[in-house]
Ligand binder design. Structure first.
Ligand code: TYD
Ligand code: MG
Length: 453
């Protein structure tokens, strides 16, 4: 049983016994017994012992925003929310072989060249291997310090001594904390290592970037267990056979989530793609049925991308629904709405939908473009090639306007499109050079662009 304690309500002095007058400030009748913090059972609750009072400040306190370090790789700086924040912990996840080490070696070199002391710790490759890659990428002269190490205690000790501004840990799955009794890569090791590194970043002001492999299946011991610990979670995505790579922020305490950076994997590393729309549309041929250009927004930036649909009679009793780059459930919904509200059945038909270029779209505004691609494929009738489409479809078949209509239209205009199909309603500033067609519901859209349906 903890001893009772007493304190003065006037000056806050504390005593072990009650008295009528406070010895601290001389006030009378201000001393009372402190209530415990908790009345729960001893050992299970916090008990009666009080902690120290924490200094409070108000929301208006003046504090300079932390200075951010810029790498000069614009696609990366933007995804980070406008540069690297000191003391931040960042997770970069992605499939094995997608190019994480390449990206981070280039980032390390870029930050180092800008004067930020940078350390690159590889637990996967020998220093000689990393050096070889650096040479191939033309980065050999960058003042990056290398280490090949997996022992977390040794790494932290080194960091304490070196005091870099940025450290890259490649990868968190190879790290080994000697206080945890399991193999590197196991959930408990990954969690313990990530926790140590994150706490280290907060304590010392060093920014820590951790690489994490994601496996397609269960994501066992993958970065998912780390996501809630770190400030920023970036995923590096792309199709292995495709040269485009997308760096996407899925969580960012220091910037917008869902921001993307677009890169191209070349023979000499990753190249920035500053105009992704042009890239995503570069493979588009003559207007063909099933192909529709969607004017989307990724993060803060408009991106045009081609949707491709194929609809064919199915030899199976259970027709196929295959989607790449979009949500399968959302496709089923669009098909159901087309059938129920417009009387256009897809029963007995295989449906394939593909987002060209390896981009993954999650915006509901893609609904109308998907519907257009499906109808265009089904009716074997191409939309005019100079048209972009966007808008959300509700279950009733009504169309809802999308956010940032003007930005989408401007991007379309910039890339040489001359017309757009977008839902009526909402406030829309007209964009010169783009003829806007505005159906109010799906039935109207089908009637206008695909005959009576
Ligand atoms: P890597 O960065 O090692 O992937 P990760 O760290 O995510 O596992 O990159 C793997 C692939 O990238 C590899 O198959 C080869 C390719 N690559 C290039 O095409 N060009 C290059 O300049 C480099 C360094 C790699
Ligand atoms: Mg790697």
């Amino acid at each position: 049983m903890a001893k009772p304690s007493f304190s003065c309500s006037a000056c806050g002095a504390s005593f072990t016994k009650w008295s009528g007058r406070c010895e601290g400030c001389g006030e009378w009748n201000t001393i009372s017994q402190d209530a415990g913090l908790s009345t729960g059972p001893a050992g299970k609750s916090l008990g009666a012992r009080r902690g120290h009072a924490v200094a409070l400040s108000d929301l208006a306190s003046e504090e300079m925003p932390p200075p951010r370090a810029l790498s000069g790789i614009e696609e990366l700086d933007r995804v980070l929310g406008g540069g690297l924040v000191p003391a931040s912990a960042i997770l970069v996840g992605g499939d094995p072989g997608i190019g994480k080490s390449t990206l981070l070696l280039q980032a390390a070199a870029a930050f180092a060249r800008k004067g930020l002391k940078t350390l690159y710790v590889s637990g996967e490759e020998a220093s000689a291997q990393v050096r070889m890659r650096a040479r191939r990428l033309g980065l050999a002269d960058a003042p990056v310090q290398l280490a090949s190490e997996t022992n977390l205690r040794d790494i932290l000790t080194t960091l304490e001594a070196e005091k870099p501004g940025l450290v890259i840990i490649d990868s968190i799955q190879t790290m080994w904390a000697d206080n945890v009794d399991s193999a590197p890569g196991s959930v408990s090791q990954v969690r313990a290592s990530a926790h140590e590194l994150t706490a280290f970043a907060k304590r010392t002001g060093i920014s820590v970037v951790m690489v994490g492999h994601v496996t397609k299946e269960g994501q066992i011991a993958g970065p998912r267990v780390v996501e809630h610990m770190v400030d920023t979670v970036l995923y590096f995505e792309g199709e292995r056979g495709h040269q485009f790579r997308i760096l996407r922020s899925v969580k960012n305490r220091f910037g917008a989530a869902d921001e993307i950076g677009v890169f191209e994997m070349t023979g000499v590393g990753l190249a920035e793609v500053s105009n992704p729309s042009a890239l995503f549309l570069s493979e588009r041929g003559a207007p063909s049925p099933g192909s529709v250009v969607f004017a989307g927004i990724e993060g803060t930036r408009p991106v045009l991308v081609e949707l491709q649909a194929l609809v064919a009679p199915s030899p199976h009793s259970q027709p196929r629904r295959t989607v790449v780059g979009w949500d399968g459930g959302r496709l089923a919904m669009i098909l159901a709405v087309l059938e129920a509200r417009c009387g256009i059945p897809f029963a007995g038909l295989d449906v394939y939908l593909n987002v060209a270029g390896g981009l993954k779209i999650s915006e509901p505004a893609a609904d109308l473009a998907v519907a257009a691609a499906l109808l265009s494929a089904r009716e074997d009738q191409a939309l005019p090639a100079d048209t972009v489409v966007f808008g959300e479809i509700s279950l009733s078949g009504a169309l809802r306007p999308a956010s940032q209509t003007e930005n989408r239209l401007k991007e379309a205009q910039k890339l040489g499109f001359t017309s757009a199909i977008a839902p009526a309603g909402g406030k829309t500033a007209a964009v010169a050079g783009i003829a806007l067609k505005r159906p109010s519901d799906l039935v109207g859209f089908v009637g206008e662009f695909f005959g009576a349906g």
